[in-house]
Design a protein around this ligand. Structure first.
Ligand code: HEC
Ligand code: HEC
Length: 214
């Protein structure tokens, strides 16, 4: 494990990189009504509790309560291939910047917010010492570009961390933080954040979207 001073310097450098990066979609305002129509197919997976990605098996992430700004960044990354995932690449490939912004505000809804007094469930694992600077002890991202992890599925968090580590997700900020984590650290951090409250939830799938035959 790195020394505390090195970690602090690292977090500060990473924060600077995030703020220095051009804000994605800064000039595109999302329209939730349009997003609702566009997100119809998305809810075939993201609208079902415990729905699983096949091969390897892990659960499809919860998106409700997530920051729309972060969801838009994630969708652009699947589109560009910075995040390697064949299904999500296919889903995002044809979306315009406006589509992405609209879908993100609809799927994210109202972002979950930190309690006035942080009241984490259990103690963060030691390996999460650097993580809390951005994701909080309660798993609430301190700015809209940092994902909320609170109540996210543990197997999905684990998968995401391994993907940053092996380069399947290319992200300068996260890439720098996962390198030193062991498999056990990753599992402990994933369990910890998945247990925090208030939690991310599944965007409900509405019956009235189906055709009369359904
Ligand atoms: C066939 C199932 C499936 C469908 C349909 C689908 N997704 Fe996904 N989605 C996934 C899986 C699996 C992941 C996790 C991918 C990974 O490991 O990076 C994911 C990840 C995401 C993420 C990243 C969340 C995060 O926390 O970083 C977003 C955002 C997302 N999907 C939005 C959408 C949108 C918008 C649509 C519709 C246009 C859609 N998805 C359709 C299965 C699906
Ligand atoms: C300097 C701020 C910062 C620090 C420190 C940080 N992260 Fe992140 N984290 C981010 C950003 C920004 C992203 C979004 C990256 C992307 O677009 O893929 C992210 C993404 C993630 C994701 C993916 C979430 C999802 O929904 O797919 C997980 C899991 C995660 N971080 C866990 C951690 C852990 C564990 C640590 C500590 C070892 C950590 N982070 C440290 C900023 C940070």
């Amino acid at each position: 494990m790195k020394s505390r001073t090195t970690l602090v310097a690292f977090v500060v450098a990473a924060l600077f990189r995030t703020f220095a990066a051009p804000a994605q979609d800064a000039d595109v305002t999302g329209n939730a009504d349009r997003g609702k129509t566009l997100a119809y197919t998305c809810l075939g997976c993201h609208g079902i509790e415990d729905y699983k990605n096949a091969n390897p098996i892990y659960r499809v992430p919860r998106l409700r309560g997530q920051h729309p700004e972060y969801l838009a960044i994630a969708l652009h990354a699947y589109k560009s291939g910075e995040r390697a995932h064949a299904t999500m690449h296919a889903q995002a490939a044809s979306l315009s910047d406006q589509d992405v912004a609209d879908i993100a505000v609809f799927l994210g809804g109202t972002p979950i917010a930190a309690a006035a007094t942080a009241n984490p469930v259990g103690k963060p694992p030691e390996a999460a010492a650097a993580c809390v600077a951005c994701h909080g002890t309660d798993g609430i991202g301190i700015i809209a570009q940092y994902p909320n992890l609170s109540g996210q599925y543990a197997d999905y968090i684990e998968r995401a961390l391994h993907d940053y580590k092996r380069g399947n997700r290319k992200n300068d900020v996260m890439g720098g933080f996962v390198g030193a984590l062991t498999d056990d650290d990753i599992a402990a951090i994933a369990t910890y954040y998945s247990q925090q409250r208030p939690k991310l939830t599944v965007t409900p799938k509405r019956r009235f979207w189906f055709t009369a035959r359904d």
